[in-house]
Design a protein around this ligand. Structure first.
Ligand code: MN
Length: 252
């Protein structure tokens, strides 16, 4: 048994500011993981090769995919639309490969904002590159207002992992995305949607985490404790608390 079981190590992905040559991570992610008993390992994607990815995954108990700008649409078979922005080829390759292997080996993973999109793309789905340019009469999904302030509602599907965590059908969330899930990845289900039909959470039935949310719980949990539950359950999953019956049989 790994000694980390009481303090699971959580790999957290970063953004890269090309102009300043700096890796960036909002400390809210780190503090949320820490507050739930996880030990954060920050994962750079610069100077990392494909061969490093298995080594990284072997050393972490859970993978947290953070927010950021857009995934190159080439990864989901589309040409770039006019409103596409902020492409980081190294980050795309790093995160997509991390997710593919994490899904294969059953490593718990939690995707936030860009993270839910990377999860869906790596698992074979696609996204809208720009909600406003591709769909009519949608809500405002890029809010003006404090990052902790909820601006729209999501409706959570019953009998999902998300419902099991949150414990209610309706939740008000913040919203900082101009992209959204289009074609859901095979073997995944939508576990929450906004009132305009935009998918706001996905999960893989049968496992507790892989799970992704389109909003930013890391900037809300200190004011609204319900959002802390997402991190708490994720860290628990990384600690091996939730084994599928198959994994339990293997352990015997
Ligand atoms: Mn939204």
């Amino acid at each position: 048994m790994r000694s980390s079981i009481n303090q699971p190590t959580i790999g957290i992905t970063t953004s890269y500011d090309q102009e300043k040559g700096k890796l960036k991570l909002n400390k809210d992610y780190v503090e949320a993981i820490r507050a739930c008993g996880g030990l954060p390992f920050i994962l750079p994607h610069v100077s990392i090769t494909k061969g490093d990815i298995k080594v990284i995954l072997d050393r972490i108990d859970g993978l947290l995919l953070t927010g950021g700008w857009d995934v190159d649409p080439h990864h989901f078979g589309q040409e770039p639309r006019y409103k596409l922005r902020g492409i980081d080829p190294a980050r795309d390759l790093f995160e997509i490969e991390l997710v593919k292997i994490a899904l294969k080996v059953g490593k718990p993973l939690f995707g936030i904002c860009r993270g839910i999109q990377v999860l869906n793309i790596a698992a074979g789905g696609s996204i809208y590159q720009d909600i406003e340019g591709e769909l009519e009469d949608t809500l405002r999904h890029f809010q003006d207002g404090p990052r902790w302030w909820p601006t729209h509602e999501v409706v959570i599907e019953p009998e999902t992992t998300l419902y099991g965590i949150i414990g209610k059908r309706k939740l008000r969330v913040n919203s900082f995305h101009h992209q959204a899930i289009k074609k859901l990845a095979p073997n995944f289900k939508g576990s929450a949607q906004a009132t305009d039909g935009i998918i706001e959470a996905i999960e893989k039935p049968g496992g507790k985490f892989p799970l992704g949310v389109q909003w930013h719980p890391e900037t809300m949990w200190t004011r609204y404790p319900v959002f802390k539950k997402l991190f708490a359950h994720f860290v628990k999953a990384a600690g091996g608390v939730y084994k599928t019956s198959e994994q339990k049989r293997e352990m015997k």
